[in-house]
Design a protein around this ligand. Structure first.
Ligand code: FAD
Length: 391
């Protein structure tokens, strides 16, 4: 009898309660039934499958770890497991979910007033309102903390926003985008809920991506975009508040990287057991086994790391540097795993239909978004040495 293909070698999922494991399997079943069969064609066409959104809503997983506002009030560990299960089938769909549930809902949950949370979170939890998160600008990526050029000017009618935002996931179809802009008066970064129908808000789809092609990234232009004070995030008063959201979502990206690596590893293992050369399954060759074991070692190290990461998060002990280290380590190891998965599949490894080529490309974007390797390393470096190498 053939062994079961399972990328959870140390049985980390045994830590989940029976109820959480049932939910995990529901998410897995949904991804395999609804997403896996369509994902390559949408990836090729560079389109997002809008019809999956109500089905996603039925899983009841948006804002999973938030308390109140229709959210499940679950733990961060399970939230991470959900992200990994989605990414195990497709990293673009996981990114769509991470942007909506983590970045956009998270910004409102962590930085919104009680009224703002009541107004937006229940609808977002049900995917009736879709969210995006606009921090990066055409000329300002890694240097967002000190360098944002998008401006916010307070007037008698509200706030007037001007500037551009680049790479903003979901923004071509989202109902609201959280825009981070610098207050012209006090120089601090503030957050604004900007509605798609606002006449000062325009989005152009970014075309020609070679990774995460299903994610719809936009270039946003804000031209005297008037936002009422009631749509300014009342608890976002400086970049430190933006960073609270990023701390949480970076932990989520580490989990997504784990899912992406697992998907590639499981596909590759399956393939090497079926594929025969020299009259034998290639999985029986020592050099192929060495590749597979290297992949599994890295995957297992990542899994043990993110399980502990979420324990820290649930205990209220997560720091920016914890989240950054996990994001760096997991996105780096994932790049290595997907590349080896491609390698053991030979030529078929670059064909979309064999399901690893997509992970190979997508791992490049995961490696760079939510803070590049260098930036997240510098966050850890600053914490362990006491010296900031940013400026
Ligand atoms: P740059 O900042 O120009 O960096 C280029 C290189 O220089 C990198 O290797 C970087 O590490 C290095 N570098 C920069 N500064 C230093 C330094 N001090 N020391 C050493 N090396 C340094 N942003 C959003 O706001 N919302 C989104 O929804 C969103 N989605 C995205 C989706 C995708 C697919 C991608 C690719 C990006 C997305 N981003 C989003 C933007 C993303 O967060 C940025 O791409 C990322 O922060 C890096 O910025 P940059 O691309 O401008 O690179």
């Amino acid at each position: 009898e053939l062994p079961v293909i399972n990328g959870d070698f140390y049985g980390m999922e045994e830590k989940l309660s029976a109820e959480n494991n049932t939910l995990r399997l529901q998410v897995r079943e949904f991804m395999e039934r609804e997403i896996a069969p369509i994902v390559n064609s949408y990836w090729l066409r560079d389109e997002f499958p809008m019809a999956i959104i109500p089905k996603f809503a039925a899983l009841n997983i948006a804002g999973y770890s938030y308390h109140g506002y229709g959210c499940a009030g679950g733990d961060s560990l399970m939230e991470g497991v959900i992200a990994a299960e989605i990414a195990r089938v497709d990293a673009s769909v996981a990114t769509f979910f991470g942007v909506h549930s983590g970045l956009a809902m998270g910004a409102i949950y962590l930085c919104g007033s009680e009224e703002q949370k009541q107004a937006w979170l229940p609808k977002m939890q049900r995917f009736e309102v879709l969210g995006a998160f606009g921090l990066t600008e055409p000329e300002v990526g890694s240097a967002a903390a000190g360098g944002l050029t998008c401006t916010a000017r307070k007037t008698a009618d509200g706030w007037v926003l001007n500037g551009q935002k680049k790479w903003i996931g979901n923004s071509t179809f989202s109902d609201i985008t959280i825009i981070w802009a610098r207050d012209e008066h006090d120089g601090e970064v503030k957050g604004f809920i900007v509605r798609k129908e606002n006449p000062g808000f325009a989005v152009e789809k970014i075309k020609g991506k070679m990774a995460l092609r299903i994610v719809q990234n936009g270039l946003i232009t804000l031209t005297d975009c008037l936002v009422p004070e009631s749509d300014r995030l009342q608890g976002a008063n400086s970049f430190k508040d933006t960073a609270k959201v990023l701390q949480m979502t970076r932990a989520g990206v580490a989990w997504m990287a784990v899912g992406c690596a697992r998907g590639a590893y499981e596909n590759a293992l399956d393939y090497t057991r079926q594929r025969k050369q020299f009259g034998k399954p290639i999985a029986s060759f020592q050099l192929i086994q060495n590749h597979l074991v290297e992949m599994l070692s890295n995957l297992t190290a990542m899994q043990t790391l993110v399980f502990r990461l979420s324990e820290l998060q649930d205990a209220g002990k997560l720091s920016d540097e914890h989240a950054s280290l996990a994001k760096v380590f997991c996105s780096l190891r994932t790049r290595d795993i997907v590349s080896k998965a491609r390698e053991v599949m030979g030529g078929n490894g670059i064909l979309l239909e064999y399901n690893v080529a997509r992970f190979l490309a997508d791992a490049e974007a995961i490696y760079s978004y939510e803070g590049t390797k260098e930036i997240n390393s510098l966050i850890v470096g600053r914490a362990i040495t006491g010296f900031s190498a940013f400026v």
